[in-house]
Design a protein around this ligand. Structure first.
Ligand SMILES: NC(=O)c1ccc[n+]([C@@H]2O[C@H](COP(=O)([O-])OP(=O)(O)OC[C@H]3O[C@@H](n4cnc5c(N)ncnc54)[C@H](O)[C@@H]3O)[C@@H](O)[C@H]2O)c1
Length: 360
């Protein structure tokens, strides 16, 4: 079986759904269920005997030790993180705690577990750390894209905390030989993304006729990757990646934010025409956020060459799929917007603390 942390978040839940659709191997999901963790993302596998859930914190070393000893995973994939740049600008304590201390705790407990494994299992074990392209800093318009050897230059507290976690992973491999794998991925989009991020925020505001905020001049460039392509890349890296290596993952799909917002407006004009005129009329430029990185672009040549992975979804097809998903899941959207899922979490977990429940 595999242990996934942060599996109730956007990418983690997509990964678990994909995994269970393609493999017979059980998954244990360890998640603290912060505001970004939503058990409703995994409702369709809740009764699947291959899915288990543990409510807990990756900083809790005792819990990690018990889960590893009791479940004996052959791999650990770390998605758990505080992930929103804007939130990190308002207060980075949780970012340092979860992204840095949490990753360190996972590494320490995974190392103790791995060292005690019998030789064949020790050989097979993998620690896959899911990271971001934001650790590399910002590019000028004509700079070459980030490669795995680009020097780290994180600019936000979020990026700095992820960079620190990447360094700890690297050091754990170098110093102790833990078979680690690190992926640095560009901006993801797709189903189940919390509506604080650009694409779902734009879709949902547009549907409600609210302003569509765009930072600065809207010319900040991101390299977009559909979450399904990211999940497939993670499976490839897990099974065939070389221990100790880093793999950049990107969609070769660079776009300025304003074009992303306009593309969403155009799709909604077709699918849900607005009585007051085109959705693009709602676009509102707002004061830029401090230190806003100008451009990210990923050179994903290494994973393409070594593992034969390549993004399958174009930005146009992936965006159309994503907009349709949000239109077809009003209940999920309502529960997230009203915070209803958090009341459910409080009612279900507050009294019970950290525990492992098959299918719970
Ligand atoms: N979203 C992107 O575009 C993107 C791009 C590249 C890399 N990443 C990385 O991928 C990973 C997943 O991102 P996401 O967008 O799914 O994030 P997310 O914010 O949607 O989900 C994070 C999950 O981690 C859980 N979590 C937070 N703190 C925890 C703790 N202390 N212990 C246990 N669980 C905890 C949350 O409850 C949530 O379920 C992150 O490490 C992020 O840095 C994200």
């Amino acid at each position: 079986m595999i242990l996934v942390t942060g599996g109730a978040g956007f990418i983690g839940s997509n990964f678990i759904l994909d995994w269970l659709a393609q493999s017979a191997e059980p998954v244990l999901n360890l998640d603290k269920l912060t505001y970004a963790g939503n058990p409703a993302n995994l409702a369709s596998v809740q009764d699947d005997p291959r899915y288990r859930f543990a409510h807990g914190d990756i900083c809790d070393r005792g819990l990690l030790e018990r889960l590893l000893a009791g479940q004996r995973p052959r791999a650990l994939l770390n998605f758990a993180a505080e992930s929103h740049v804007d939130r990190s600008l308002h207060g980075a304590d949780d970012f340092v705690r979860t992204n840095v201390v949490g990753t360190f705790s996972l590494l320490e407990e995974a190392r103790a577990y791995w060292q005690a494994l019998p030789a064949p299992e020790r050989e097979r074990f993998r620690f896959l750390h899911v990271s971001t392209d934001e650790v590399y800093g910002s590019l000028g318009p004509d700079d070459p894209a980030f490669t795995e050897t680009t020097a780290y230059a994180p600019n936000s507290p979020y990026a700095a905390s992820k960079a620190a976690s990447d360094h700890l992973v690297r050091a754990c491999h170098h110093s102790y030989g833990l078979p680690t794998l690190t992926t640095n991925c560009s901006n993801n989009y797709g189903a189940y993304q919390f509506p604080e991020k650009l694409i779902p925020l734009t879709i949902l505001n547009a549907l409600e006729g609210r302003p569509l905020p765009v930072y600065g001049d809207g010319r900040n460039v991101r390299d977009w990757l559909h979450v399904a392509d990211h999940c497939r890349a993670l499976r490839e890296v897990l099974e065939r990646g070389r221990p100790g290596e880093v793999y950049n993952v990107g969609g070769r799909s660079e776009l300025p934010n304003i074009e992303v917002v306009r593309a969403i407006c155009a799709l909604l004009d077709e699918l849900r025409p607005r009585t007051g005129g085109p959705h693009a009329a709602l676009i509102t430029f707002v004061k830029d956020r401090p230190g806003h990185d100008r451009r990210y672009a990923i050179d994903c040549g290494k994973i393409e060459r070594e593992l034969g992975w390549r993004a399958r979804e174009s930005f146009d097809s992936g965006l159309a799929r994503t907009v349709r998903w949000y239109l077809e899941h009003p209940e999920w959207v309502r529960a997230v917007q009203t915070g209803e899922y958090q009341q459910w979490i409080a009612a279900n977990y507050a009294q019970r603390g950290a525990e492992l429940g098959a299918n719970s």
